[in-house]
Design a protein around this ligand. Structure first.
Ligand code: SF4
Length: 208
């Protein structure tokens, strides 16, 4: 059984051929570390901190910039809410399809639960309809209501709150069922449409 992750759905949306190479042929191509490494450190630190571990030793290994970002995250109003879980794997069935992923953190406020997603780079361009938002909200909503999603933009030190209700939920379910149906209907490399934006694609050498 395939559990479609937000990254799988976003890859298919971006370029169907890339989806085929990455998730069906399982070809992995090295990518530049840069921001990815910084993000990994902050995510790991946040997880240990939230679950109550002593993080003093880990903090000494941060660069000056990473330390500044870490201080920003600790001061964020949503990060300071009541901790429920972090690095939290959740999935749910939507139509005939399973979707799921790992939430950075789930917190509880006085009136709502909050899914937190920290970004050391940019937050999605359309956060309300991004598959990360939709998949996580649908998966967590089975257990936690009322629920909202918060992108914590550590690059610009601001938060973006995404509301969630039954009307929005129906739209999310439809979008997920539509894309999962498209994915499962495509069988061969030729069935997967190519993107026109190949310039910076890591699969360029093997695809074109
Ligand atoms: S080279 Fe172009 S068509 Fe091929 S996977 Fe990359 S973006 Fe898609």
């Amino acid at each position: 059984m395939t559990i479609f992750s937000p990254n799988m759905l976003k890859t298919f949306e971006q370029c169907q051929k890339k989806y085929y190479l990455k998730y069906i042929e399982r070809i992995s191509v090295p990518q530049k570390a840069g921001n990815f490494e910084k993000g990994k450190k902050i995510h790991a630190l946040a997880h240990y901190y939230l679950r109550g571990d002593d993080t003093a030793g880990l903090e000494t290994a941060l660069t000056e910039e990473e330390y500044r970002i870490w201080e920003q995250l600790k001061a964020n109003e949503y990060f300071q809410k009541t901790y429920i879980n972090s690095e939290y794997n959740l999935s749910c069935k939507t139509g005939d399809f399973w979707v799921g992923g790992r939430l950075d953190a789930l917190m509880r406020g006085s009136e709502s639960y909050y899914i937190l997603d920290y970004k050391t780079g940019a937050i999605p361009k359309n956060p309300e309809s991004d598959f990360q938002t939709t998949v996580y909200l649908l998966a967590a909503e089975k257990l936690y209501t009322p629920l909202q999603f918060v992108y914590i933009d550590l690059k610009n030190n601001q938060s973006r709150l995404i509301e969630f209700n039954n009307e929005i939920k129906s739209g999310y379910e439809k979008a997920i069922i539509d894309i999962c149906t498209q994915i499962t209907n495509a069988k061969n490399f030729e069935d997967f449409e190519a993107s026109k934006k190949c310039e910076f694609c890591e699969f360029k050498k093997i695809c074109l």
